[in-house]
Design a protein around this ligand. Sequence first.
Ligand SMILES: Nc1ncnc2c1ncn2[C@@H]1O[C@H](COP(=O)(O)OP(=O)(O)OP(=O)(O)O)[C@@H](O)[C@H]1O
Ligand SMILES: [Mg+2]
Length: 333
Amino acid sequence: MASHDNDIPGDEAPEQHERTYSTGHLSLDKSGEDASGTPADGIPTDSPEAPPDLDSEAAQIVHQDRDIAVAVGDNLVEIRDLTVQFGGLTALDAVTFDIRRGEILGLIGPNGAGKTTCFNAMTGVYKPTSGTVTLEGKPLRGMKKHAITRAGFARTFQNIRLFGEMTALENVVVGLDARHQTSVLGALVRSPRHIREEKTSIEHGMALLEFVGIADKAGELARNLPYGYQRRLEIARALATEPKLLCLDEPAAGFNPAEKEELMALIRTIRDDGYTVLLIEHDMKLVMGVCDRIVVLEFGKKIADDVPKAIRENPAVIAAYLGVEEEDADGAA
Ligand SMILES: Nc1ncnc2c1ncn2[C@@H]1O[C@H](COP(=O)(O)OP(=O)(O)OP(=O)(O)O)[C@@H](O)[C@H]1O
Ligand SMILES: [Mg+2]
């Protein structure tokens, strides 16, 4: 019998499934909610505007203490038979895969395949009906969202979620504050430690904004930022929690090709800085160009798990996306 734990949409309502696919190749562009530039939380969006170039020096400031280990290593995360049911609907059906330390792993599949549900089950938004997620061998079962964040998972959302009435810098500092040691009393009386931490937070926050290429808008209210900046700000805020795994849910939705190229460069820089990345993305050019490995879902089940070249040629994957035989999809990007 299905679990009803997840029947009431909470943080993550079901997505609108409106998307058009071009046929004959795997370059799939979303024309849904995100592409229209209307993120959640009532934050108005402008037309996409390209952020400035990345400053690689900022990476050094942000993570001086981080071990830079680019090589793909042991299993960081192990997902085993993960199942999520909503009433009678099995959104995720006994899905098993590993995320290796230092890799960029793509999670792809047609609309409604269960990608966001997988993120939600991993990050504590939904309670899995069954199955396990372990981080460095430790099971996360039963842990609340904030505990899972502290354990090392950070994410961005398919529909942008920012504190619209806070500045860009404040949005990042909120993430950093979770790491602070001072007590509430210490903050109220502005103890030396609190002042020191506050200064460090601001410097660290600025370095993170610089890292993602939006430092010039640090003082702007999040709601007034151009759409591309909002997407980057979400990434900066997620990085502020010093995650072991960064989960990005369609970070390029609504971007033009030039912005997508820049985002690919940012994701590579993030990986090169020692993070492990799990990326949900519909644009096949981006996915194939940036991922080390790709897991494909269809109707809640895993249908493939391989390197990009093999995924591109996998008949089941091509059929899942296009409903055509492999030879009809030769133009795959
Ligand atoms: N809170 C919920 N309550 C009921 N059904 C849900 C809920 N969240 C997701 N679903 C359903 O679960 C299935 C998987 O949805 P999910 O959002 O994970 O797909 P997705 O792969 O992320 O799709 P998209 O590419 O459109 O974002 C869909 O049929 C969706 O309608
Ligand atoms: Mg989704």
